[in-house]
Design a protein around this ligand. Sequence first.
Ligand SMILES: C[S@@+](CC[C@H](N)C(=O)[O-])C[C@H]1O[C@@H](n2cnc3c(N)ncnc32)[C@H](O)[C@@H]1O
Length: 469
Amino acid sequence: MNGGDGPTSYSHNSHYQGEGVNVSKQLISEAISSNVSLEHISSVETYHIADLGCSVGPNTFSVVQNIIGAVEHKLLGLGSSSNVLDFQVSFNDHVSNDFNTLFASLPSKGRRYFAAGVPGSFHGRLFPKASLHFVHSSYAVHWLSQVPYEVKDETSPAWNKGKVFSIGAKPEVEEAYSAQFAKDMEVFLQARAEEVAVGGLMALTLPYTKGPVYVEQALFYRLFHILELALNDMADKGRLDEVKVNSFNLPIYIPSMQEIQKLVERNGSYTIEKIQPLTSAAKGFSSRLDARQCSMIVRAPMEGIMSQYFGSETIDEIFEKYVEIAEVNSDFVAQSAALTEDLFVLDRIGTVAYRMQLPPEAKIHNVFQVSQLKAFQGDSPLLHTPLPPLHEGWVLSTPVQVLQACRIQDDWEVPVQWADADPSDTTWVPLAAFRALYPSFELEDKLILQEGGGVVDSITSRVINRRQN
Ligand SMILES: C[S@@+](CC[C@H](N)C(=O)[O-])C[C@H]1O[C@@H](n2cnc3c(N)ncnc32)[C@H](O)[C@@H]1O
């Protein structure tokens, strides 16, 4: 993200995000008004807000001011003074973010909060347990922790030759990006589930797609497609290395609403209070953009990554080419205006989810929705039923008896009777797999018939001759 406040800086080229942030402010105020309870705020002296992926402003300042205003309004509505709470705001971004510019431009008048910088990736823990009350993040969680390696690999079916991300790319590329996003979101959601106090809120604004047909008409895609055209044109003319252009990809992914919903539900620590498109964020915006403004919207967030990859000396030329192509394709950008492209998601932590204290060897997730739990009636049991053995997250059936083994081609297989099945219902399991899954199961006395009529002790492989009658 370009720091400072020069012509290519993010602070001068974040109007698109600014429009989305403005629309989401109303939703955040409503969320605080209807979801924050007096118990929640009266039990704390300091209300702690975090803005994750804040960049350098000005959007982050307007968001936190709005959150604080809404909490104060709620306090007044509840008959309490708005001065009873202190507010602490943690501004988070990567360590490379221009925190100097951010803090130099902190509003000096009327600021009702203590400001702190928290450098580091939000794909991991950033705050102490249960220390946050409101987490906000706009236009940041669609940034991946890394580009999926397959899309850069010439030998992979997911090689994304000549394109810069998954939109408009082949299905293998989409799958690789989607899998990386799912992994990153899992880590993000888990870290926040630990950091946010029970009852706390998390508001996310991010670009989303209603499906491939729509996304290719969207402003977001069209701006980056022009970058693809510019890079390929420069490679054709020998101004950039073709091999490098073919393996250049951006670490951003545009998910669908269903993907987001599924990931939040799968994590299990949150309830989704609201998930809705930001209907007016992009409206009319693209028709007002000229070719140079388009280039700046792409350049401000991507210059750092592109400089590292292609060299800083190439950047001006790449974006001059961008402007040239955008001028020729001005309708392509202008006509992308009408579509909704951003999503607002409001999650609440913990009111219907319980984190259980499980034995350390348990490999199952320790957060359960209330609907999955039943109240225990009677006295607490003195003996606890041991957890079933697990393999890669799956519960393993318990073997009760292994019968005589048989050699099938080059391998040995054993017929197994299971605790949860009828004794007549045995399953043939390869011996090696059985041993790996149930290392403590006693197999010593299982004599294995060899094809030729000899028997082998399955464990020691001692050949014992069959008694001749
Ligand atoms: C497009 S800017 C959005 C800035 C601001 N939230 C807004 O709405 O204008 C995305 C920001 O997210 C930050 N970001 C991306 N991945 C991140 C991560 N893993 N941890 C922290 N910040 C991250 C980027 O450095 C960048 O500053």
